[in-house]
Design a protein around this ligand. Structure first.
Ligand code: FE2
Length: 323
């Protein structure tokens, strides 16, 4: 008779099979655009609903038409990146302005709403973790207002700062982001994960990294972070390596990645899922323009990776090279 323990013994293989059968990439032409109470137009990218096996996280994109606002709501932690446009957000009654390339952190439970102040549609990328929160019994989304046009400016208590309180940054504009020089060794995230892999993390992995969330204590998330824009030179390959879950969204350029032995082409608007726990992968830029990849990870990785490093070490296999 098989017992619960036999079931446990099968967990690893079961996970391997489930990950093998899951989706690893989604292209912009595959997106299922819908209108929701929150967004005039939104589409899930890497999400369980789209056939990806994430550890409870979701990435998506949304569009706010000119003259419109999103719904007003609260939920778990969110990390956003403005792909295009300009406007502002009211987060817990405070006003924060944004433009193309701005990264926004919405703290867990904060009431927030986004307003397009420009002439064109504003497009944003977002990472949230509703499935993870549900698993942890803390999923709670509350809707206070639906999306729609706005005529009057909303009330707010404070503006003109990127901080919610001294020392707690909620907004980082690309122009203010830390950008180490090309080829220069760069400080990595000050996290338990980085500290547990000091040797591996010393390597220069991309030709340049524009640092956003997680670089220091003033701008970091617990549940979800949009950590960097990786800049990879035209006709170049990154190192081959393996680690736990991460999601890449292609902002610019064309190329392909070899993920778990499978060649996956990409272009602007593609989202790639590096599933983990030890997904071997390498990225290749084939276009004449640089590859710009937005990197997202979920906070559970920062918890699991250090404690699981004996079984699932962070791995580097070879250095990057020119194609
Ligand atoms: Fe990677």
């Amino acid at each position: 008779m098989s017992t619960y323990y036999d079931n446990w013994l099968g967990f690893y293989e079961k996970g391997v099979q489930e990950r093998k059968n899951a989706k690893k990439v989604i292209y912009p032409e595959e997106l299922n655009w819908v209108r929701t109470r929150q967004d005039a137009k939104s589409a899930l990218l890497v999400a369980p609903e789209n056939g990806f096996k994430t550890v409870g996280g979701v990435t998506m994109i949304g569009e706010i038409p000119p003259g419109w606002k999103t719904g007003k709501h609260s939920h778990g932690e969110e990390a956003m990146y403005i792909l295009e446009g300009n406007g502002f957000s009211i987060i817990d009654d405070q006003k924060f302005t944004w433009e193309t390339g701005t990264c926004i952190r919405v703290p867990f439970g904060a009431v927030h709403q986004h307003f397009n102040a420009g002439e064109k549609p504003a497009k944003y990328y977002s990472a949230v973790a509703p499935h993870f929160e549900y698993y942890c019994n803390v999923a709670k989304i509350e809707q206070f207002e639906d999306c729609g046009p706005y005529n009057e400016q909303p009330p707010f208590t404070k503006e003109g700062t990127d901080y919610s309180e001294p020392g707690v940054r909620l907004v980082l504009h690309q122009k203010d982001a830390y950008k180490p020089k090309r080829g220069e060794d760069h400080p990595h995230h000050q996290s338990a994960f980085t500290e547990s892999h000091p040797e591996q993390m010393k390597k220069v992995h991309h030709s340049q990294i524009i640092r956003m969330m997680g670089i220091n204590e003033e701008f970091r998330g617990e549940e979800v972070e949009i950590t960097d824009v990786f800049v990879d030179r035209a006709h170049n390959a990154t190192e081959k390596h393996a680690h736990m879950e991460a999601i890449l969204y292609i902002l610019q350029g064309e190329g392909y990645s070899i993920i778990d032995g499978e060649k996956i082409p990409w272009k602007q608007g593609t989202a790639l899922h590096v599933q983990g726990p030890q997904t071997v992968h390498q990225h290749f830029v084939t276009s004449d323009v640089e590859g710009h990849e937005l990197r997202t990870h979920f906070g559970i990785r920062k918890f699991v990776q250090p404690i699981a490093k004996k079984t699932f070490p962070y791995l580097f296999f070879e250095e990057g090279h020119a194609l």
